[in-house]
Design a protein around this ligand. Structure first.
Ligand code: NAP
Length: 248
């Protein structure tokens, strides 16, 4: 079967840089129309430039996923431009790592608001349209940390475990409307988010990865492509780990 996303409109949140940007480019390479979205104006501008140079069909809409009004405007603008939306990748995410005893409430709130509330707000805002269409594929980017936990990342782990519970619940709510909802749990992927790790931490991570390398954003994007394709029509409520075998 040929994987084609021609005539599909794909929203990727946090697609200014990192995994989100590569997911957006990967769908664009397969013929999809992309909605780039990020709250970082500089990243969004850089992504726009790349998409313009490559002549991919796209629009770019700034949006902070923690802000309900901005999210409502995002979906309204997409519908104004295309009248349908087919694939939503809830990717925007942040870390504010520190041990519990040192964690400030604002570090907790920032991570939960972006990584979990953001997924809720975007999914809720788009779901009315998907129900109307009786089709749609929602892909939430979780993390293996949400499955196994990690010292110094209790806020992040809680948010990503929350995304998994949310994914399964919404998969059950929307299944009868022809909408699938799945999560991807990446392991250690080389991006700006993980560049901040020191060499010792990176080496330690490689010792627990059977495939003995960090993942790339493309590895995650390929899983998203599969979940959004007709090949995955009978898959919903699942969590696909893209982690080189780190968590089995
Ligand atoms: P990244 O390089 O930091 O990119 C995330 C993008 O999302 C950035 O452009 C960021 O803007 C943006 N963003 C942050 N908060 C936002 C908000 N409230 N609204 C809209 N956009 C926002 O991170 P990444 O490594 O690509 O991670 C992407 C996703 O994969 C995240 O959900 C992350 O938790 C998950 N993940 C990553 C790894 C990994 O190893 N990298 C592993 C497992 C899961 P700023 O640049 O201004 O922050």
């Amino acid at each position: 079967m040929e994987l084609t996303f021609k005539d599909k409109v794909v929203l990727v949140t946090g697609s200014g840089r990192g995994i989100g940007r590569v997911i957006a480019e990967t769908f664009a390479e397969q013929g999809a129309t992309i909605v780039l979205s990020d709250y970082n104006a500089e990243s969004l501008k850089a992504a726009k430039q790349v998409f313009t140079e490559k002549q991919y069909p796209f629009i770019a809409i700034p949006c902070d996923v923690t802000d309900e009004e901005q999210v409502a405007r995002l979906i309204k603008e997409i519908m104004g431009s295309y009248e349908h939306i087919d694939i939503i990748v809830n990717n925007a995410g942040i870390t504010r790592d520190t041990l519990l005893m040192l964690m400030k409430t604002d570090q907790w709130d920032a991570v939960i608001n972006t990584n979990l509330k953001g997924v809720f707000l975007v999914t809720k805002a788009v779901s009315r349209q998907l129900i109307k269409q009786r089709s749609g594929k929602i892909i939430n980017i979780s993390s293996v940390i949400g499955i196994m936990g990690n010292a110094g990342q209790s806020n992040y782990a809680a948010s990503k475990a929350g995304v998994i519970g949310f994914t399964k619940s919404i998969a059950k709510e929307l299944a009868s409307r022809g909408i699938t909802v799945n999560a991807i749990a990446p392991g250690y992927i080389e991006t700006e988010m993980t560049h901040v790790l020191d060499e010792k931490a990176k080496e330690a991570l490689l010792t627990v990865i059977p495939l003995k390398r960090a993942g790339s954003s493309k590895d995650v994007a390929n899983a998203a492509l599969f979940l959004a394709s007709p090949l995955a029509d009978y898959i919903t409520g699942q969590v696909i780990k893209v982690d080189g075998g780190m968590v089995m």
